[in-house]
Design a protein around this ligand. Structure first.
Ligand SMILES: [Zn+2]
Length: 143
């Protein structure tokens, strides 16, 4: 991936709860915390399941598939050395209705992103963080 293709991101602060999520990309895995008692996925990570209050939670890999739930196209240079515009999207995971994360859509013209677009995770390593970014599935098949 070209550096100039990448919107720069401020790196998250790692905590014991969030480290699996931000470092799973080292093994190509998107790790989401899951309740071992009732199966509920918990994102952002929390030490207690909000559904059944169990503390038996641990990170599990999801498929990496997702769908664009909503998006905005950013034209504002929040940070230097950022190629504009780029798409900031909220994607929803098929593993659980309502489980979503904010991310960037890469490898696609921002104006061609649409709600319902099928995307798949890929990772951009910056220091000890692997940022989950999402690439449209149809652009993967075209390659
Ligand atoms: Zn639970």
């Amino acid at each position: 991936m070209q550096d100039d293709e990448q919107p720069m991101r401020l790196l998250p602060e790692l905590t014991p709860e969030t480290t699996p999520f931000w470092s799973g990309g080292a093994e190509g895995k998107l790790l989401i915390t899951r309740c071992q008692a009732c199966g509920h996925w918990i994102h952002p990570p929390q030490p207690i399941c909000p559904v059944c209050l169990s503390r038996d939670v641990k990170p599990e890999a999801v498929s990496g598939d997702a769908e664009v739930h909503s998006f905005t196209i950013n034209y504002h240079p929040f940070l230097p050395n950022v190629k504009l515009p780029f798409a900031i999207a909220i994607v929803e995971f098929p593993e659980q209705a309502g489980m979503r994360m904010t991310t960037n859509i890469v490898g696609y013209a921002p104006e061609d992103v649409f709600i319902g677009m099928k995307v798949h995770v890929e990772f951009l390593q910056q220091d000890d963080v692997w940022l989950p970014l999402f690439r449209p599935v149809d652009s993967l098949q075209a390659e």
